[in-house]
Design a protein around this ligand. Structure first.
Ligand code: TXA
Ligand code: MG
Length: 315
């Protein structure tokens, strides 16, 4: 059910869950002050309770109320990249951040999104917890229709059009005197170097039993279709290709274009929509062109495709 800004705010203030746009992906929002609504998010998504949520706020002065021992360069990062697709994990003041939000960890994650509608909702309603608005394990939603496909038509959705970035925020955490990236995202590791004086290490903690970013434990972004990332498999033997508009593929294949290899921003924006299209078109398996340089935003795209093709740890 599509709702306008006023309805969305009223619904959130009265303890409902509402899907709202951000510049990265749609989020499933609940007011931080409403524990029942927060619980409802976990149920709706089928999200494991050990996977914490990001608190979204309208300005960084609100972050300070919920955190202590603010790490070095927090202000540099906050002033430079907020509002925007950056999430910072900080030590929590536990009395102020319900344990369900932080999955009982000592830390809590924050982001100020830059979508104008989201900022208005946050200014009107106050802090919101907001995971991506998709069923757990599935590709994230970058259009209102994606949200509606995953959830019942009764779920209120604030229509903000197509998400401009298309992949989630980059998550950073401070670890022994340095910021580290614990989830690749819309901001590249390189971009932080100018402001921090070093390029943050990418620490995805893959394969660890208790990764620092708990979400890494779970299968993510995966369509029903099997994705074949093996460059040695001939695409003709699969029949469908997820590839690039500036490349050619066998005529016998159905091509699903992400955009041109020369335009990673466009590819990121189209990524989840393309994975969802495979399913709506009834494609059972697709060969994915992964032969592109894995630098900058392309490292995020490659990581999402790897994750989406994995059949492990389904959540
Ligand atoms: O772009 C985004 O970040 C989107 C939009 C809606 O803002 N949100 C999003 O939320 O991607 P979600 O819940 O799908 O992913 C949040 C990730 C999870 O992998 C979770 O484990 C991690 O953030 N996270 C949250 N709190 C954390 C914490 N205290 N320590 C480490 N990781 C945390
Ligand atoms: Mg998610």
């Amino acid at each position: 059910m599509r709702v306008n800004l006023e309805n969305a705010c009223e619904l959130l203030q009265t303890g409902n869950v509402v899907a709202i746009p951000t510049e990265t992906v749609y989020g499933l929002a609940a007011s931080l002050s409403n524990p029942e609504a927060i619980e409802h998010i976990f149920t709706l998504k089928g999200r494991p309770a050990d996977n914490p949520l990001i608190i979204h706020v309208a300005d960084s002065s609100q972050v300070v109320c919920y955190t202590k021992d603010i790490p070095e360069d927090f202000e540099v990062l906050a002033n430079t990249f907020w509002p925007g697709p950056m999430t910072l994990v900080l030590p929590a003041v536990k009395e102020w951040v319900p344990s369900i939000v932080r999955a009982d960890l000592d830390t809590v994650a924050f982001r100020i999104p830059s979508h104008p509608l989201t900022l208005q909702v946050l200014s009107n309603v106050g802090p919101l917890v907001m995971p991506s608005a998709n069923l757990s394990g599935k590709p994230s939603a970058t259009r209102p229709e994606h949200v509606e496909n995953d959830f019942s038509r009764d779920l209120p959705v604030l229509d903000g059009g197509e998400c401009y970035r298309g992949v989630e925020s980059t998550i950073l955490m401070y670890n022994i005197n340095r910021w580290e990236i614990v989830r690749l995202g819309a901001l590249t590791p390189e971009i932080f170097e100018t402001f921090l004086g070093y390029k943050p290490r990418v620490n995805e903690f893959i394969g660890e039993e208790h990764p620092v970013c708990p979400g890494q434990l779970y299968r993510h972004y995966a369509p029903q279709a099997t994705l074949i990332l093996d460059a040695d498999t001939p695409p003709e033997s699969i029949g469908a290709v997820v590839g690039f508009s500036n490349r050619t593929y066998p005529d016998s294949c159905r091509i699903f274009e992400l955009g041109a290899t020369t335009d990673p921003e466009e590819v990121a924006k189209n990524l989840y929509g393309t994975l969802r299209l495979l399913d709506s078109e009834g494609i059972k398996a697709a060969w994915v062109d992964t032969s592109f340089p894995k630098a900058g935003l392309c490292s995020t795209i490659a990581e999402r495709l790897r994750n989406a093709s994995s059949k492990d740890s389904e959540s």
